[in-house]
Design a protein around this ligand. Structure first.
Ligand code: NZQ
Ligand code: ZN
Length: 388
């Protein structure tokens, strides 16, 4: 049964080869001072930086730069960004990059006018935003996180060895996002497939829960089928526009709150992956891939009916002559083969994790209660060991 909910997604999207034209329209709505946030320099190599700068100057904006946002942005960098945004008196924070840059921009946006410390407030106490928020716009260059149309902002505290996501409300969602699939062509294959699996995992975190016949689950199944099909094409031909555009659009809908409506959701794979990320600084999507099979194989008996449905509708497993458990397991096997075939990292050792880290990673793993099984500390430890 669909429960009570309200639905509002305030992010305006500009999609396609001409999407950047939308930036000119959007810039009219904001004052002169723009804080341009970006990562380690990929946008300078592939020409996106020049395109954005030219539009900003055409629109008469004063540009302040905040470069060097690292994958898995840190608390230290966040404090630096807050200082820069204050100095610039930013009217708009323009994030040009992947999820890390977009997340970081949002974390800065809610901290510029905050009196206290952003880590304490948002990542320790999970407080709601009570201060003024600086508007954020995104030009997306890496696909996966859904950050372009949601309120998520994940920050890593290296000193505490914690990687935590705050899911902010709609006042923090980007005001607009520019989605040009061609901007993702220069992504290394490693990042492209990590992003593909991040998308798949977002959908699964919301699909593998509940007992209902819920519209959200039917949408999720369609998104997964499109993603698998397009990923298979994009791995062979990274400049296949149709495939890359389908992946980009699927990513946005995978995590913009739509498919969570009216249901409980799990997110335990992300909690495991984030804890791994805090210890290894590995690529987000790969941390998820590495823990996926041990986790899903473990919880399969608790959500058997849904794993069976997943096998049949998403992986085309024929149930004839098989027990429910055999069907469900065949579905997971098919997903495992697909994951390997697109080049995902399937264990934590290859991401730099060691047996000595397991206790710390287990300590840093938050336990969620929306999935088919609430894990104990011992179960988390076992799953992490199996993932090595
Ligand atoms: O820094 P640059 O030089 O730009 O290089 C980046 C980075 O090294 C590169 N890249 C991005 N676009 C490129 C490109 N290289 C060539 N051509 C392009 N067009 O790719 C690398 C990875 O970028 P990053 O932004 O770190 O990747 P992703 O989009 O996967 O973001 C990961 C972060 O998002 C968080 C993750 O935890 C992680 O911190 N997440 C955010 C979520 C949300 N907002 O809801 C949910 C997710 O589950 C996730 O947790
Ligand atoms: Zn994710």
């Amino acid at each position: 049964m669909l429960g009570n909910f309200t639905y509002c997604n305030p992010t305006k999207l500009y999609f396609g080869k001409d999407a950047l034209d939308g930036l000119k329209e959007e810039l009219k709505k904001y004052g002169k001072n723009i804080l341009l946030v970006y990562g380690g320099g990929s946008i300078k190599k592939n020409g996106i930086y020049d395109k954005v700068i030219s539009i900003l100057s055409e629109c008469g904006k004063k540009v302040y730069e905040d470069a060097g946002v690292m994958p898995n942005p840190t608390y230290e960098k966040l404090l630096e960004g807050v200082a820069r945004a204050r100095k610039a008196k930013a009217d708009l924070i323009l994030a040009v990059g992947g999820g890390s840059v977009c997340d970081y921009a949002k974390a800065v946006s809610v901290s510029v006018h905050l009196k206290g410390d952003p880590w304490d407030e948002y990542y320790d106490k999970f407080e709601d935003v009570k201060c003024k928020v600086v508007p954020v716009g995104c030009v997306l260059t890496m696909v996966g996180t859904g950050s372009e149309m949601n309120g998520g902002a994940v920050i890593t505290n290296r000193e505490l060895k914690l990687k935590i996501g705050h899911v902010f409300g709609e006042e923090v969602f980007p005001k607009f996002s520019i989605l040009n699939p061609e901007f993702t062509y220069t992504l290394p294959k490693y990042q492209m497939v990590a992003g593909v699996y991040d998308i798949m995992c977002h959908i699964l975190e919301q699909y593998l829960s509940g007992e209902d016949d819920n519209t959200s689950d039917y949408i999720a199944e369609g998104l997964m089928r499109s993603l698998i099909n397009s990923a298979n094409i994009a791995v062979k031909n990274p400049t296949d526009y149709e495939a890359r555009s389908n992946i980009m659009w699927t990513a946005t809908w995978a995590l913009n709150t739509l498919i969570a409506k009216g249901k409980t959701t799990d997110w335990e794979v992300h909690m495991l992956g984030q804890a791994v990320g805090a210890y290894t600084d590995a690529t987000h999507g790969m941390t998820l891939a590495a823990v996926t099979m041990p986790y899903y194989n473990y919880i399969l008996p608790y959500g058997l009916h849904r794993f069976k449905r997943f096998a049949e509708t998403v992986w085309g497993v024929n149930p004839a002559g098989k027990s429910d458990e055999e069907v469900a397991k065949a579905g997971l096997k098919a997903m495992e083969e697909w994951m390997k075939s697109i080049g995902l990292v399937m264990n934590l050792t290859d991401l730099g994790a060691t047996p000595e880290m397991i206790e710390g990673i287990a300590d840093a793993t938050l336990t969620m209660d929306g999935g088919y099984k609430v894990l104990t500390y011992e179960e988390i430890t076992e799953i992490l060991k199996k993932s090595l």
